[in-house]
Design a protein. Sequence first.
Length: 327
Amino acid sequence: MTINRRAVLGGIAALPPLFARGQAHAQAAFPTKSMTLVIPFPAGGPSDVFGRHLAQGMASRLGQSVVVENKSGAAGVTGVDFVAKSGSDAHVMGMMSTSAGAIMQHLMPKMPYDPAKDIAPITLMVRVQEILVVNSKLGIDDFKGFVAAAKARPGKLTCGSAGTGSITHLAIELLKHEANIDILHVPYRGAAPATNDLLAGTVDSTLLDVAVSLAHIRAGSLKALAVTSDTRSPLLPDVPTMRELGLPKVNSDNWYALISPGAALLAARQKIYEAAVATLRSKEIVDAYAAVGGVAVGNTPEELATFLRGESAKWAEVVKFANVKLE
């Protein structure tokens, strides 16, 4: 299933001839210049890796170079806002994360863009599994032991996140709610400092992307307790899921979606969609994403729109019952 070609053609036929010719020309010519992919996080992180692989694959399929621009800030909102304000220029596309696409709208007093109007969903690029880990010196060997320790010392066991309002923070709040435990959330400015403090023993645990913790788990510095997904991680097949542990609602996959400006022509968005999905379904991309803990997706714009509504409702509930406030 793709963007409905019949609907596109039907809409063109109903327009004045001059505009219809212009639309048809745009469909035939696009892209007419270099494309830009906005990544809303700094270079070097997992999102940057996912985006650059996609850009390279799409460039060969679109016949134009795809230039990556990192525009970070406000948990990904800054980069998405840049795409939203790019008018009808489909040559500008962007990545949207869980925070910018489903969480920050429930935390920020005023979003700089309207998610329902100013951005057009193209496809879900990748889902990234998250994992609960503890410092190996803590002496906790499994999730049962983690819960027991939390209940023995309410509010004393600490858990670091990538920042207040981040997907990792809300995942911690969801875990606390579902497991009925009281652990202390410690926000950091990103995954790297949270991991560093965990390794140093400053905090007891973190809940972060598998890729961020993987090397330390394999080295024995961190102990993996549970994956917050419906399925186990291929990179850590011996680590159980929260569903297996009796907490099916603790599902906090991080994800990145490909978007265009809301005013971009439907025909241009169709070409972007086709190039993106062909790239995401290629063995090269599937393997590259899997190597860093990502599962390539490549669904339809309609499916992505439905997914975004569900994610927004899910995290809105967590924001409400946990009374999460931006600092």
